[in-house]
Design a protein around this ligand. Structure first.
Ligand code: GDP
Length: 326
């Protein structure tokens, strides 16, 4: 039985990845950051029906000693570093914490692997946000980076540290440059989920409007359950490497709203307002990924189209709100 350790296991990707690995008969362990909300911490794992099947270990990405101890205890074959302060807008409010967790946390993980589990294969969750002010379109593995937020700067540091540890110490360390990926388990602060949650509440008569920021931003949105498969495939290769994971289709926030409202028969224009409060100090206008390398080398391709994903998200939010008000 293979053993996998996942940081960020209570997040969207961690939960889908844990489910994917359990189905492949892995023994799955997760790093659990101590917090006061222990009762709701495994909400996503519960939603996927796998609560209790992941071994939770008390530790923190900013505490190297905890990571070394966990590596010694778990003796993982594969390590997936998905933990981060992952919300771009908050990274301007908490730039130092974002740097410590998203950036330095990765160095801590790589050090723990190097010291205590040097044979383990390592996956780093890199991000299309690293392209920021895009230098060419579509973006592939050799497109120059130009990060536009403390989050993206931190992710870029983590990405290059992963590459450096691979080249310096021969670690089997891979970096997946994942474009935005969503699901019913996406955090409510991200735009797709914010929209699908509002569509559900509007449909049920619980609210009348939705305030958003920049409707012109365009994103290459895929489904998280497709994307965790790419993570695993990277670690099954003989040689580690860096891979863009994307759908190759970009959609504006405006069109995504149209799709979500239309799913329940509503016209988005009647409900969506814009507000300065949701604009960012610097914006990433357009992301569009070229995942040719992942397709050719990993044999990976996405299976769930945007419309089906948005429909799944709206339906899940409708069910959540119906249950809550029942
Ligand atoms: P990101 O690409 O990691 O920042 O993912 P988000 O889902 O947070 O944002 C995607 C895009 O939607 C960005 O360009 C945002 O500026 C834009 N957007 C427009 N209105 C909103 C909003 O109300 N909330 C969020 N989170 N994003 C918004």
């Amino acid at each position: 039985m293979k053993r996998a350790l996942i940081t960020g296991v209570t997040g969207q990707d961690g939960a889908y990845l844990a489910k994917f690995l359990l189905a492949k008969n892995y023994e799955v362990f997760g790093l659990l950051r101590r917090s006061g909300s222990a009762d709701i911490i495994d909400e996503r794992l519960r939603w996927l029906g796998i609560a209790g099947q992941v071994g939770m270990l008390d530790g923190n990405l900013t505490d190297l000693s905890s990571l070394i101890r966990i590596m010694q205890e778990v003796k993982p074959d594969e390590v997936y570093n998905l933990g981060a302060q992952s919300f771009v807008k908050s990274s301007w409010n908490q730039p130092i914490l974002t740097g410590m967790v998203t950036g330095m946390g990765t160095t801590n993980m790589l050090e723990a692997v190097r010291i205590a589990a040097p044979k383990a294969r390592f996956y780093q969750a890199s991000s299309s946000e690293m392209y920021g002010l895009i230098q060419q379109s579509p973006q592939n593995e050799s497109t120059p980076f130009y990060p536009r937020s403390p989050y993206a700067v931190s992710k870029l540091y983590a990405h290059w540290t992963t590459v450096n540890y691979r080249e310096s110490f021969g670690l089997h360390a891979s970096s997946g440059i994942l474009f935005n990926h969503e699901s019913p388990l996406r955090g409510i602060e991200f735009v797709t989920r914010k929209v699908t949650d509002a569509v559900a509440r509007i449909k049920l008569g619980l609210t009348q409007e939705l305030e958003l920021g920049n409707l012109d931003a365009q994103r290459d949105w895929g489904h998280a359950s497709d994307y965790v498969r790419a993570m695993w495939l990277m670690l099954q290769q003989e040689t580690p490497g860096d891979y863009v994971v994307a759908t190759g289709r970009t959609t504006s926030v405006r069109d995504m709203c149209r799709i979500a409202f239309a799913h329940v028969g509503l016209d988005w224009q009647k409900f969506v307002k814009t507000s300065q409060a949701f604009l960012r100090p610097a914006e990433v206008d357009l992301l569009l990924g070229d995942a040719s390398k992942a397709r050719t080398v990993l044999g990976w391709q996405p299976q769930i189209p945007l419309e089906a994903m948005i429909a799944e998200m709206v339906d899940a939010d409708l069910e959540r709100h119906r249950k809550r008000s029942a």
